[in-house]
Design a binder for this molecule. Structure first.
Ligand code: NAD
Length: 343
């Protein structure tokens, strides 16, 4: 009898716990209010890229925005910000303006001051900068904010990206992997200790890591494969060590400054062709905006995704699921292809 009474009683308690959890989720509007949270977004130097869109999505929810900018483009970025050249792109949906509270010089290929070679120290684009290595930026952020909540890695660099892998030098391959993959490992090494428990880290990857995208060379495909694998291992390690989640977004093509630098084929560059290909062949035949990535990044960083870690989330209008290019000449006249739905 006692046992019979106990069983429904436990069930009731569990229901109460579940209900409490649900109520918590609704009372915080699913974690959409990020007021008081601090974000550091590495790899912002203009308003065209994914880093900017992620900063904006977080700013919409009230987060404090700080960014890390590569020294060679630091002055132009800061002076453009000061002159109001990005004002239009700073406008938030409720009329407020996004404020970038602090711009840290950051060169993500260096971990410590001793790693910086003389040619960089003497380079005029680094002149006057006291610190820009990952460990120094982490210390500076700790001094300024104590702890942060969100770490976003939105940077990549492959000096030989225009070369096929078969023609890539060891130096070029390692440089791509150093700037585009190891930099994320190093950032979590140095910034994990200054992240609040429950915080989240995010990087940006590309589907060339797992399928062949001719034109995306120089070891960049290898770097993205490493970044995705590291996302899983870091999710485990940083989850246990810091209580921090680690995810990556596999983004579709966007005509950012970095992407525009990839190989030109005739008049139109790699990125123009990749965008056209995506619009023609993806399940969702529409433009992909940086804000689409911003919205998904917001989800992954916010408490809405508090049980999500170690994932590669495709935000690419679905292109990654396709195993056949529907505009291939080999298919001329042979396939019934549904018309795109316009939204
Ligand atoms: N644009 C696309 O089509 C696309 C698609 C998938 C993934 N991504 C990824 O998105 C991320 C952001 O790129 P984006 O396309 O938005 O371009 P972007 O030009 O806005 O961002 C790249 C940033 O990396 C910075 N950078 C380069 N080397 C650096 C270094 N050593 N230290 C610090 N910063 C450095 C650049 O200054 C630039 O601000 C990258 O990881 C990129 O690979 C882009």
């Amino acid at each position: 009898m006692l046992l019979l009474l106990l069983v429904p009683c436990l069930g009731f308690q569990q229901q109460q716990v579940a209900r409490r959890a649900r109520m918590m989720m609704s009372s915080t509007a699913l974690g959409a209010d990020l007021t008081g949270k601090v974000a550091f977004i590495a790899g912002v130097a203009d308003s065209t890229g994914y880093g900017w869109a992620i900063a904006k999505a977080l700013a919409e929810a009230g987060a404090t925005i700080t960014v890390g900018t590569w020294p060679p483009v630091l002055n132009i970025f800061k002076s453009s910000l000061e002159k109001g050249k990005f004002d239009e792109d700073c406008k938030l949906s409720d009329g407020r303006m996004m404020t970038i509270e602090k711009v840290y010089p950051l060169d993500a290929v260096f971990d410590y001051p001793d790693d910086v070679p003389p040619e960089i120290i003497e380079n005029k684009r680094y002149a006057g900068l006291e610190s820009f290595t990952i460990s120094e930026v982490a210390s500076q952020i700790a001094k300024d904010y104590g702890k942060i909540d969100f770490l976003v890695h939105s940077l990549a660099n492959g000096p030989e990206v225009t070369k096929p892998l078969l023609e890539t030098s060891r130096k070029g391959y390692l440089a791509a992997n150093s700037a585009s993959a190891y930099s994320f490992v190093s950032m979590l090494q140095h910034m994990g200790p200054i992240m609040h428990q429950g915080g989240a880290a995010l990087s940006l990857t590309y589907v060339a890591s797992e399928t062949v995208i001719p034109g995306y060379g120089g070891g960049m495909s290898s770097a993205k494969a490493a970044l995705e694998s590291d996302t899983r291992t870091l999710a485990w390690e940083a989850g246990r060590k810091y209580g921090v989640r680690v995810n990556t977004i596999s983004a579709g093509p966007l005509k950012s400054r970095a992407a525009s630098a990839i190989n030109k084929k005739g008049e139109r560059g790699f990125i123009d062709l990749a965008i056209d290909y995506s619009k023609t062949n993806a399940p969702l035949a529409k433009d992909l905006f940086s804000d689409d990535i911003g919205a998904s990044a917001f989800f992954l960083l916010s408490p809405m995704a508090r049980a999500v870690t170690g994932v590669t989330l495709y935000v690419d209008n679905g292109l990654h699921v396709m195993g056949m290019a529907i505009d291939s000449q080999a298919l001329d006249g042979g396939l019934a292809v549904p018309e795109p739905v316009t939204t």
